[in-house]
Design a protein around this ligand. Structure first.
Ligand code: NAD
Ligand code: MG
Length: 397
């Protein structure tokens, strides 16, 4: 049956227990007549995944962790639910490419999301992409897979979703042909935007995860504090919209009300605005090209009252400069940047390195790894493995 014939979108939610995953299920629950959940996946959170199974009755539930999968199996049997429990990375790939699935929410965090997200592209699905690291690592391979298999790629990252909305509907990856002169990528500046530089050395994981405007997973929260998140988003925008590094301008906008803008050659600047709540881009992508209720409160402009804009401070946030550098270097450099960052963030969260060590580590790993051209996924995975090893060594030194 085609999607049009049954008029219901059948969904796989990769990373359903995370921040984006739970927001996705919140939107889905508002429209039971429109969406049917076929598969839910998580790393090791079997308790929350079980609750989601009770509520959404998927055909499949996948856990990466074997012990967690065994626990989930027991509870599924005890509750007489008809959910097949699967385990391991290959199972993630499998549920991302099931023939009975129309759309895949790719919301696994980090490089772990690459294979399942890519599998959805190769299976020609409608992909709702939150897993920006997949594009950062393997942008060319991912975009080729989307094109070659007739997949539809809809950005969930609020900035990229905003840009997508502000671009012409028929945008064909050619800025000049559409009269676009610049992409204005907004950034909140994170929790340390105004922290005295001398205090940054001592900041804790808890402080880094306390974002002023958004509630998110821990990895992206630290990325927001270092502004590596914005750096990854610059690379993500490059691939999604075929924009050169010089045509992507980061604009610090502390209120996070404008989610990004597109500047046209005639002087027009189109912005997408709203309350900072990920259910808006999620609902947009789920229903595209239609619109559905997301549960997000309407924007109260009188309450917002003021919008500020400042240029990014590359000295305070060296991670942003490193990301531009990796994008310009091309080849495997963005994959190296991403891998070094993942190791550094994990080490910071586990109090093995300081906050200011994050850019130091990434800089040293980037400088030491030779960037090679990317022809296959294996080129990317090799660069990822080598960069992780180099980053671990850096920490031990
Ligand atoms: P999160 O940590 O809250 O959730 C991550 C999900 O992935 C969980 O379900 C977890 O079980 C699963 N997971 C983690 N490691 C895994 C592994 N090795 N294998 C399989 N599954 C694994 O993260 P999040 O904040 O929801 O972010 C998810 C993605 O969305 C990230 O790429 C992030 O950059 C992006 N994103 C998030 C937000 C946000 O507001 N949270 C906004 C924009 C983009
Ligand atoms: Mg974002």
């Amino acid at each position: 049956m085609t999607q049009a014939a049954h008029n219901i979108t059948r969904l796989t939610v990769l990373g359903s227990t995370g921040s984006i995953g739970t927001s996705t299920l919140d939107v889905v629950a508002r429209h039971p007549e429109k969406y049917q959940v076929i598969a839910l996946t998580a790393c090791r959170q079997d308790e929350l995944l079980f609750e989601q199974c009770l509520r959404f009755k998927p055909r499949y539930a996948v856990l990466l962790d074997q012990a967690a999968a065994a626990r989930l199996s027991q509870r599924i049997t005890a509750a007489s639910l008809k959910v097949e429990v699967l385990c391991g990375e290959q199972a993630l790939v499998q549920v991302a490419s099931l023939p009975e699935v129309d759309a895949v929410m790719a919301a696994i965090v980090g490089a772990a999301g690459l294979r399942p997200s890519l599998a959805a592209a190769r299976a020609g699905k409608k992909i709702l992409l939150a897993n920006k690291e997949a594009l950062v690592m393997a942008g060319r391979i991912f975009m080729d897979a989307v094109r070659q298999n007739g997949a539809t790629l809809l950005p969930i990252d609020s900035e990229h979703n905003a840009i997508f909305q502000a671009l012409p509907r028929d945008y064909a990856a050619d800025m000049a042909a559409s009269g676009v002169s610049k992409i204005l990528l907004t950034a909140s500046g994170g929790p340390f935007r105004d922290t005295p530089l001398a205090e940054l050395q001592q900041v804790t994981p808890e402080q880094a995860c306390a974002h002023p405007n958004w509630v998110m997973g821990r990895k992206i929260s630290v990325d927001s504090a270092s502004m590596m998140n914005k750096g990854l988003e610059v690379i993500e925008a490059h691939w999604l919209f075929n924009a050169a590094a010089d045509d992507i301008q980061v604009v610090v906008h502390p209120q996070s009300v404008i989610h990004s803008m597109v500047q046209y050659v005639d002087g027009s600047v189109l912005a997408q605005m709203g309350n900072p709540d990920m259910r808006t881009p999620i609902a947009h992508a789920l229903a595209y090209p239609q619109r559905i209720d997301s549960g997000v409160a309407p924007l109260d402009l009188f309450k917002v009252a003021t919008l500020n804009f400042v240029a990014p401070d590359f000295e305070r946030f060296p991670c942003l400069a490193l990301a531009y550098q990796a994008l310009r270097a091309g080849g495997t450099a963005p994959a190296v940047l991403n891998a070094a960052n993942e190791v550094a963030v994990d080490a910071f969260l586990n109090k093995r390195i300081s906050f200011l060590d994050i850019p130091r580590l990434i800089n040293d790993v980037l400088a030491a790894q030779v960037s090679v051209t990317v022809d296959t996924l294996e080129d990317v995975l090799l660069a990822d493995t080598q960069a992780r090893a180099a980053a671990q060594e850096w920490i031990l030194q």
